[in-house]
Design a protein around this ligand. Structure first.
Ligand SMILES: Cc1ncc(C[n+]2csc(CCOP(=O)(O)OP(=O)(O)O)c2C)c(N)n1
Ligand SMILES: [Mg+2]
Length: 258
């Protein structure tokens, strides 16, 4: 059975059979990274070129470790707000490749049941919120989700994903600032691939790293090797923010291609 055909339950069973916890984890990481690559390649190189996907197609080639390593840290009550390089978040949270492919083609079987196409998809039963095309607009939404979870007494954490370019948008700063002032249970995850389209990092921000923005908001921030899925997973599983009242939001600045 190929990665695209297997269900989440099957991969977890196969991972359990792998032996040691380290082997299980490595198996899961590889599985989801390969699955993301396979599905995105089919969307980009087949369906899109055949004219079956409307709009532009964005993929996370070479950046799979970031959504996989981070989403594997998530717990059932957590809510994840992925962006356009994070397809694996859906798979880790149990959404099937079949539904994602149907979504991209605007079909009934997709996550929006044909009402929208392409990557404009979420699944609240899986705790995954749809991205908003205007980049960084999802950041205050994620902050609101973390606030909502605190109000409702839900023991969850919000995961907010964005690129380095998004951190130069006003709504990014508003969302991060509010989360920090309120000490909300949220983790901000930056895929710092050094470019926003063709604009290199040094032409869209004056500090060298996105993590440098953290101290301005009194937010612990660290730089992670975004090429290493276990580096994304391990330190973060220990540092996953706990629930309110005093959960410091954190920022992981994951650098792929470094
Ligand atoms: C507010 C806004 N401006 C412009 C765009 C067009 N756009 C789509 S992807 C992208 C690059 C964003 O760069 P970054 O946040 O670093 O993410 P990356 O694509 O590098 O992962 C841009 C400018 C958009 N979607 N939203
Ligand atoms: Mg970028």
């Amino acid at each position: 059975m190929s990665a695209v055909q297997a269900t989440g339950a099957e991969v977890h069973n196969a991972a359990s059979a792998a032996g040691t916890p380290e082997a299980e984890l490595a198996h899961k990481c590889l599985y989801y990274m390969v699955l993301m690559r396979e599905v995105e390649d089919r969307i980009e190189r087949k369906l899109f070129r055949q004219g079956k996907v409307l709009g532009g197609v964005y993929v996370g080639r070479g950046q799979e470790a970031i959504p996989v390593g981070s989403a594997l840290v998530s717990q059932p009550d957590d809510v994840l707000c992925p962006t356009h390089r994070d397809m694996a978040v859906f798979f880790v949270r149990g959404v099937s490749a079949r539904r994602v492919l149907a979504q991209y083609m605007g079909r009934m079987g997709g996550l929006t049941r044909g009402r929208d196409g392409n990557m404009h998809m979420g699944d609240m039963t899986a705790g995954v919120v749809s991205l908003i095309s205007a980049l960084a607009a999802t950041v205050p939404v994620a902050t609101g989700i973390a606030l909502g979870m605190r109000y409702k007494g839900i023991n969850g954490v919000a995961f907010s994903y964005f690129g380095d370019g998004a951190t130069s948008r006003g709504d990014w700063h508003e969302g991060v600032n509010f989360a920090s002032v309120q000490k909300l249970p949220i983790v901000f995850i930056c895929n710092n691939n050094q470019y926003a389209y063709s604009t290199p990092l040094n032409l869209q921000m004056a500090c060298a790293n996105v993590a440098d923005r953290g101290p301005a908001y009194k937010m612990p921030a660290e730089i992670v090797d975004g090429n290493d899925v276990l580096a994304v997973y391990r330190p973060r599983s220990a540092r996953r923010p706990t629930r309110a009242p005093a959960a410091d939001p954190t920022c992981w600045n994951a650098k792929p291609f470094a």
